[in-house]
Design a protein. Structure first.
Length: 309
């Protein structure tokens, strides 16, 4: 049996191009990444500036990426898929998992699971533009874990390239245990390749999922890979050397890349703070570093913390 693919999960505000580039450079363990969601736009044309994160040329040095869309209009989704096709992409993922109440109320993200006809109209529109290239990332449901299992038969009628299941409900947000039983039910009924997602934080977590679900095609990892950027390499048994020194090199490089690409200290520090809220767990004295970073207001205050690494 082939080892399942390792995929970097989309984390808006964290796993953007700069992170995917530095991860590929320092710890090349992931086979594929999904971009943080790109909202669809009304109208027949898509604004190229909204595709900044997935422009092919800078992405060539990063983990290969599948752009992800969020929206609810079939026509607007098809327009975005066409724009991605024009950029050379042959894959696009649809977000049916975002749990934020404002998004769900508007019928987007995991809200799509509550109106299946809408979801299938979106898949129809996108598959017409990019046959065989559309995938779905979904939760098990909104209030409880019943919606996705009930949709499996209809989903099987689509040529989905993959179905990624974050094995939680939207109500759970990012807390509580993934429901492995309901995940297994969906996997058993799926005709398309299925990717598992949820709380893989160690090589042992990854091994336990593969042992319980040998038919899984991939493991998608989000917060665990930001807390420990060596994780994908460790899962593959490819990481050797001084972990602390390697992580310090990584964060110095990542900070430089973000400083060069993001506009001004506000954007830069916002990105760094979101990242460090997870990455602090990589270091024994991480809480102390995090407290200092959280109150940094300037480049030099941030640099002073890094110099203490
Ligand atoms: C800050 C943050 C941003 C996220 N952004 C996205 C997103 O843009 N698209 C998406 O499908 N999921 C998004 N997610 C969900 C993750 O991709 C993933 O499904 C979830 O974190 C569970 O995986 P994990 O336990 O490995 O982190 C986000 C999660 C977090 C915490």
């Amino acid at each position: 049996m082939a080892a399942p693919l390792l995929l970097l999960a989309p984390l808006r505000g964290v796993t953007q191009l700069e992170f995917r580039t530095c991860l590929a450079r320092h710890f090349p363990g992931f086979d594929l990444a999904y971009s943080p969601f790109i909202p669809t736009m009304a109208g027949p044309r898509f604004k190229m500036s909204a595709l900044r994160d997935v422009i092919p040329e800078p992405n060539a040095a990063a983990i290969p990426v599948v752009p992800q869309a969020i929206g609810k209009s079939p026509a607007d989704f098809a327009t975005l898929v066409s724009a991605l096709k024009d950029l050379g992409y042959n894959r696009c993922d649809l977000n049916a998992g975002c749990p934020w109440p404002m998004i769900v109320k508007r019928g987007r993200g995991s809200g799509l699971l509550k109106s299946p006809d809408h979801l299938f109209a979106m898949l129809d529109a996108a598959c017409a533009v990019m046959p065989d290239g559309i995938s779905l990332k979904a939760r098990l449901g909104v209030e409880d874990a019943t919606l996705l299992p009930a949709l499996m038969e209809r989903l099987n009628q689509y040529p989905l390239s993959t179905l990624t299941i974050h094995a939680r409900t939207a109500r759970q947000m990012y807390e509580g245990k993934p429901d492995l039983e309901k995940f297994g039910l969906c996997l058993a009924n799926a005709k398309m390749p299925v990717i598992y997602n949820g709380d893989i934080n160690t090589p042992e977590d990854a091994a336990a999922i593969v042992a319980r679900f040998p038919d899984v095609s991939g493991l998608m990892i989000g917060r665990g890979a930001v807390r420990d950027p060596t994780l994908a390499m460790r899962i593959k048994g490819k990481f050797a050397g001084d972990r602390r020194a390697a992580l310090a090199d990584f964060v110095r490089d990542y900070s430089e890349v973000c400083r060069a690409r993001l506009c001004g200290p506000g954007h830069f520090l916002g990105r760094m703070k979101e990242f460090w809220s997870y990455f602090k767990d990589s270091f024994e004295n991480g809480e102390k570093l995090w407290r200092q970073i959280r109150i940094s207001r300037t480049y030099s205050e941030y640099d002073a913390v890094l110099s203490g690494l």
